[in-house]
Design a binder for this molecule. Structure first.
Ligand SMILES: NC(=O)c1ccc[n+]([C@@H]2O[C@H](COP(=O)([O-])OP(=O)(O)OC[C@H]3O[C@@H](n4cnc5c(N)ncnc54)[C@H](OP(=O)(O)O)[C@@H]3O)[C@@H](O)[C@H]2O)c1
Length: 253
């Protein structure tokens, strides 16, 4: 079945790291569009419960299921994959979408970044998306679905204290673009690159100076990311694309 052709009520999408912030906004948007969302969390169980409850109130039916696991721990990734495959809606309809959103963002001088931190980011941003995509590929094919990875606009440039983060995100981007070619005709694969959308707690003060470089002169909204993901999931012709949702930031770099 062609991706965008599956009936909305049969669509199931797994979003990693969806308990709060941009992932939660994306989950809410997809649930409101009639899609059943497997809301993956590591620790944000209560927030995810509230997210699903709020969507249930809005829509009059339950459209979310919480799935859990630390994506840097192999056994937990395996357990997550098993729980996704065992979900009755996935068994019946496959997966319409697999959204690699989970992330960890921290700034540190290069000399202070430990190998443990570097490996952890590679596991979260590259290994987990690799294993999840490989293991769930038949389910995505069954669902006439596609894969979307949330990368960022750091590609190809130097950012103070962020080499460990930008390198692993660049790896994710390349993994996805390579797969878009390799899997063409089976599943579509795309990336969405947010610009300055929602500041991390540690960069709140710095965020204002970042916005001065953004042509639109303001941050984006969480729903701009959510609608971008929905667009990539439902447009049946786009593959191998990196959709920048960044207020034109990349124009000025
Ligand atoms: N915020 C922005 O303006 C911005 C800019 C550029 C790119 N992005 C990208 O957009 C995406 C969403 O951004 P965000 O700021 O909303 O993300 P975020 O808050 O930094 O992280 C999203 C979720 O990732 C999960 N996570 C972290 N470590 C994990 C682990 N070891 N195993 C499993 N899950 C883990 C956390 O889940 P729990 O809470 O359940 O622990 C967290 O809620 C990310 O991929 C980010 O890189 C964001």
């Amino acid at each position: 079945m062609v991706g965008a052709g599956r009936a909305v009520k049969e669509r199931v999408v797994l979003i990693t790291g969806a308990g709060q912030r941009l992932g939660a906004a994306t989950a809410a948007r997809l649930m409101d569009e009639g899609i059943h969302v497997l809301v993956h969390v590591r620790s944000s169980v209560d927030a995810a419960k509230q997210l699903i409850e709020d969507a249930t109130q809005r829509n009059g039916e339950v459209r979310g299921t919480i799935v859990q696991g630390d994506l840097t721990v192999d056994a937990e990734v395996d357990a997550l994959i098993a729980s996704v495959k065992a979900h009755p809606l996935v068994k019946a309809n496959g997966l319409f979408g697999l959204v690699h959103n989970a992330s960890f963002y921290s700034q540190a001088a290069f000399e202070e970044v430990t190998l443990e931190t570097f490996r952890s980011l590679n596991r979260l941003h590259m290994e987990a998306p690799f294993v999840l995509t490989q293991s769930l590929l038949t389910d995505v094919e069954q669902g006439g679905g596609s894969v979307v990875a949330i990368v960022d606009t750091s590609w190809g440039r130097a950012w103070e204290g962020l080499a460990h983060y930008t390198a692993s995100k660049a790896g994710l981007r390349q993994l996805m673009l390579n797969l878009a070619g390799e899997l063409a005709g089976r599943v579509r694969v795309n990336c969405l690159a947010p610009g300055a959308i929602m500041a991390a707690e540690w960069e709140a003060e710095h965020f204002a100076s970042v916005l001065e470089k953004v042509p639109l002169g303001r941050s984006g909204a969480a729903d701009d990311i959510a609608s971008g993901v929905h667009f990539l999931l439902t447009n049946g012709t786009i593959t191998g694309n990196v959709l920048h949702v960044d207020g034109g930031w990349t124009l000025n770099e």
